[in-house]
Design a protein around this ligand. Sequence first.
Ligand code: ATP
Length: 555
Amino acid sequence: MKHSATFLSLAETLERIRGTASKKEKVALVSAFLKGLTPRDAEVAARIASGRSSERGSRDEAQVGYSALLGVIREVTGATESAVSKSYLKHGDLGELAEELLSEKKEQPLFKEELTLASVDDAFARLRGTKGHGASAAKRAIVKSLILAATPLEGKYIVKVLTGEMRTGLVSGLLAEAIAGAFGLSEEEANRAHMVLGDIGVFAGKAAEGKAAKVEIEPFRPVNFMLAEPYATAGEIAEHFGRLVYAEYKYDGIRAQVHRSKGETRIFSRRLEEITSGFPEIVAAFKDSKREFVLDGEAVPFSDGRPLPFQLLQRRLRRMEEFEEAARQAPVTYFAFDLLFLEGKETVDLPLSERRRLLQRVVTGTTARTAESVDVATEREIQLAFRESRDLGYEGLVVKDPDSVYGMGKRGSGWVKLKEELDTLDVVIVAAEYGHGKRAGVISDYTFAVRDGDRLKTVGKAYSGLTDREIDEMTRKLKEITVKDFGYRRQVKPEVVVEVAFDSVQKSDRHDSGFALRFPRIKRIRDDKGLADIDTIAKVAGIFSGQKLKVDEAA
Ligand code: ATP
């Protein structure tokens, strides 16, 4: 049997990848590293390179909090609190802090054993499996043994994976390209395999086995969702399609992929995480179904024929301890709008008109529903459908081409969306402050950032939009992920994604992005989105220049 590759060789490769700005070179480096690895090593290496320690869609994550990691680093190195703070301020990255401090270790491992990809992956599996009473101490012990055995460079990448902050510039498209190069797949084969398998590691493993060219959707393995292209007006949509299309209501809930096979139902989120336990009504809706299928749709808080405010659903997702009460307040109906797999076969390549016909059969006889839809062709018809949707309490429309295939992971032109409001931005909270007056004692002011390549750049500070209860929850959460506590202000791990509405974008030197949002307010907490999904500085700049155009036109 082939031995597992050393973890050091992966850490060195990642270091080289971070050191080059050239995408081509990044791809070549990963490709060269993956070539010749065993399928298991290829799986582990690709997953770690993508910044994850566990498979997407797996039930458990190997989560270790910032404070536990800092605790282990201090224990192993004997570094003082102020040395740790200084290093964090210098690097702004826990991985780099680990590398700097680990060059001097106070403790040494009992047996010096070289870390391999397999041994690191085994440790991650143990972390995932550690639950219940005493779990945090057990997890710390596992992390400690890893860090003790690690060289400073290895320590850096172990910490980076455990915090989910790889920052090597290896976006998943580049990784997929590198896997294709290493194992001789065409771009199309690689993209498809990646979207079907969901997890980049599983994809690399299959590619190393020579089995990636023929992968198919399987029940209980979530696939990447198709997304909609935003359009500003009904007129543009009519022009884009130029013929009869389906206008479906845009339901305001949580995107959910429902898998059913052999009498079992499992549900996955947009981030391909399993969320079955949060939606007993959806499980119940399909309990008598004898079919095998994968559906795409939206879980919507809904009662007496009307949608309920989305916030009710969020509360229910976050406060599991009061789940029953919250579920009573916000009962969920599943509105299915697509069918990806039926009775052992993929359906993604069938035209939407055909998928909808089959979908109707799957949903009939259950307590789930299919999305309301009207046939439209002209600007006026789209406008009317839009008004009707808004009047009924929905968000707008998703307009779809009846001939389009289901483009997994694509923001395809086959689906376009129309919403009423000005653009919103999905941003991540990077710092927070205690409020004043009525809000004294709770953390209610949030500084947030957008993405600029590998970096985060702040664009504003929001004080409003959340309910008192949400602020309490946010206070608890932000305390947990505090990286540095300055008393009234805290720097936090960039993890909480919020959607902000605002009046306009201004140029400003108050924030390091060079822009500031005017009158930002939080529309909602986006638990369904992660750091990888936040908006970019390019989008902010685009909104800014769009506004300027209007001013120029008026002048
Ligand atoms: P948004 O913030 O507008 O919800 P998003 O980034 O989550 O957008 P997009 O693909 O851009 O996702 O917009 C479409 C979203 O609208 C889907 O993710 C889905 O959650 C929701 N949706 C509601 N009704 C429908 C529908 N009938 N068809 C497709 N998507 C729908």
